[in-house]
Design a protein around this ligand. Sequence first.
Ligand SMILES: Nc1ncnc2c1ncn2[C@@H]1O[C@H](COP(=O)(O)OP(=O)(O)OP(=O)(O)O)[C@@H](O)[C@H]1O
Ligand SMILES: Cc1ncc(CO)c(N)n1
Length: 302
Amino acid sequence: MSSPTDRPAPVARAVPRVLSIAGTDPTGGAGIQADLKSIAANGGYGMAVVTALVAQNTHGVRSVHTPPPEFLREQLDAVSDDVVIDAVKIGMLGEAVTVAVVRGWLDTVRPPIVVLDPVMVSTSGHRLLAADAEDAVRRLVPFADLVTPNLPELAVLVGAPLAPDWATALEQARRLSADTGAIVLAKGGHLEGALSPDALVDASGRVAAGLFESTGERVATVNTHGTGCSLSSALATRQAQTLDWVRSLTLSKHWLLDSLRHADALEVGTGRGPISHLHALWSVAAQNSPAPPDQKAPRPLW
Ligand SMILES: Nc1ncnc2c1ncn2[C@@H]1O[C@H](COP(=O)(O)OP(=O)(O)OP(=O)(O)O)[C@@H](O)[C@H]1O
Ligand SMILES: Cc1ncc(CO)c(N)n1
């Protein structure tokens, strides 16, 4: 079985080929659809393998359909048999058998950069990972370079109660990193307060002597659907460009905050809407759009 230490060293690439392995969101705010936009917005070429089809919108999850495991492996092999993969982002896995297929594929292909977003429960409270698959995800963590749990996911991964404050979250992240060898991005989106803290925690001290905190303002918006998916895809993309986790987090957070600031203008859905992944591209497109059509009355046809 592979581990982050027995894979080929990654090579920096201006436009990396980034594969998202995740579930879907037909409203485009989370899951694979968000990942593809996030990868593109951060300068990568996005590819996608679907683990689960999720009927959801900005209000919540209605139902989940899981394709057969053999078909998941066919999708994964179809990509890796043809394309050199610079980085992988793993999101919703859903079931233990899905975790096993992804783990088997990782062991065969050994992609140079792996980011694992251990998706467990949607913001609306719907399980996106079966309870009996939590252990399989825990055992998948050593196969990732970076794992990006929110606070409830961090608690499950270390088998502890939900961290009541940021200091306890950092302590749990340090424990997870020590136990698995992965770098942990602890995310404070679920805390309250004027700031939304995040931190790279690395028990082995490879990254910023063990701790790098990136604390940004908390944007006053309800439209935060898919922030975790979007951030982990941005991180996979930026790491494949820079080979530097601190720089990757700084670039990704800068983009995420701007995407949150532009979220309300999208007006997508009536619940917890998406962030504006492509706001920078759209402002350039608006500047380059043709002059409005001539407003003169149309010439009669006869
Ligand atoms: N209102 C906000 N303003 C600024 N940053 C935020 C806000 N909400 C979340 N974030 C940031 O978004 C990222 C994702 O954090 P969060 O803890 O919400 O993850 P998550 O629960 O996995 O996300 P998801 O909503 O996709 O399930 C973190 O960088 C966090 O700091
Ligand atoms: C497919 C999918 N992955 C992750 C999340 C969590 O944001 C979601 N709502 N849907």
